[in-house]
Design a protein around this ligand. Structure first.
Ligand SMILES: O=C(O)C(=O)C[C@]1(C(=O)O)C=C[C@@H](O)C=C1
Length: 343
């Protein structure tokens, strides 16, 4: 679904992967020049609690009233939140200097990882500069006068549909329609004045699009939390004076105990791992197994790991130096303060 005010791609010349992402392109209009471009160094100061982000443009996926918009405003209070049609649009908007930051979901406590954003992280050269967690309270919305028993279908973002699966089945609503974002679903239901289709979205979306809230807190678990990453063109200035996380991605040779050995470099140094995710290596998905049988091909994987330490910590620098000795690929995606704007 394409809310008309959303950023879409391609709308500006894309920059090659090898381009220097820290320099504004020559075609950049002056009015789009960034607050952060005034700083000289290759780093940005850590995006921390209490700062006023007035004037900062922050991309999010979806349209007004989406949870991602709330997350962008939680991460950067007073910022200008810029809606984008797709996750890639938000990545490109940062990379092409159209906006200063992006806030995008990485995982949800009920629905799990948002794999698309893991894949996009390695396809772009942006840095994770922070993370923010948002409690997600889904509501069942419908046009005024429509009752739950009139609903044959429900429309929402696939993650939101997954998070409410049992409740919807319990309500006898069998048909689901997936769209790009929760608020977009509310907008469609309102604009088309449908009487047999509801939307799963926030109470804010209900207000924005003039829908009734038929049921609140319909997610399949009391605690429904989505973790969002904050993305920038420059990495953070490294600090070691507050809780930091470091996110890395790596791949390994095929063989016994390779992953065990990789994770061992952190265990040996008592570095805590908070998350591990694996994704097929899109550029070389298949590899022949050790016994050279051409029939036996295994998937090659990228491993994404979050570490509870700052890159400023010599322990982590040491561990990554060790991992680099045998990893076939290694990239630091970002080192950032945990849970920005949480008490
Ligand atoms: O559709 C929205 O409102 C979003 O912000 C997207 C999204 C997601 O991608 O997971 C964000 C938080 C919720 O978990 C449900 C959907």
């Amino acid at each position: 679904m394409a809310p008309t005010t959303c950023l879409r791609i391609p709308f500006l010349p894309a920059r090659g992967r090898s381009a220097n992402v820290n320099a504004p392109p020559s075609w950049l209009p002056r009015r789009l020049s960034l607050k952060s471009s005034a700083t000289n160094g290759p780093f940005t100061s850590a995006d921390v609690m209490g700062a006023d982000w007035k004037g900062l443009k922050v991309a999010y996926q979806g349209c007004a009233g989406a949870y991602s918009e709330a997350a962008a405003k939680k991460a950067y209070p007073n910022c200008e939140a810029v809606p984008c049609e797709h996750f890639d649009t938000a990545f490109q908007a940062v990379q092409n200097w159209v906006v200063d930051r992006a806030v995008l979901p990485l995982e949800n406590s009920l629905g799990g990882s948002i794999h698309r954003n893991y894949d996009l992280l390695v396809q772009h050269s942006l840095h994770i500069v922070g993370e923010v967690r948002l409690e997600v309270h889904h509501c069942l919305l419908a046009n005024p006068g429509v009752k739950i028993e009139n609903l044959k279908s429900v429309m929402s973002h696939p993650q939101a549909l997954a998070q409410c699966e049992h409740t919807l089945t319990g309500l006898g609503i069998e048909h689901r329609e997936a769209v790009d974002d929760t608020a977009g679903a509310a907008k469609i239901v309102a604009e088309h004045m449908v009487q047999d289709t509801g939307a799963i979205a926030s109470s804010l979306a209900a207000k924005l699009y003039g829908l009734d809230v038929l049921a609140e807190n319909i997610q399949d678990g009391k605690n429904n939390v989505t973790r969002f990453m904050m993305l920038a063109r420059k990495p953070n200035i490294l600090r070691n004076d507050r809780p930091f996380k470091t996110s890395i991605v790596f791949s390994l040779e095929e063989g016994h105990g390779q992953l065990f050995r990789a994770l061992g470099v952190f265990a040996q140094r008592k570095i805590n791992l908070t998350k591990i995710e694996s994704r097929p290596h899109k550029e070389r998905p298949l590899r022949v197994s050790d016994d050279c049988s051409s029939l036996l091909k295994n998937f090659d994987y990228l491993f994404y790991v979050d570490l509870e330490a700052s890159m400023a910590d010599p322990k982590i620098q040491n561990a990554l130096g060790n991992l680099k000795e045998f990893a076939t690929f290694l990239r630091v995606l970002g080192s950032y303060p945990t849970n920005v704007n949480e008490p």
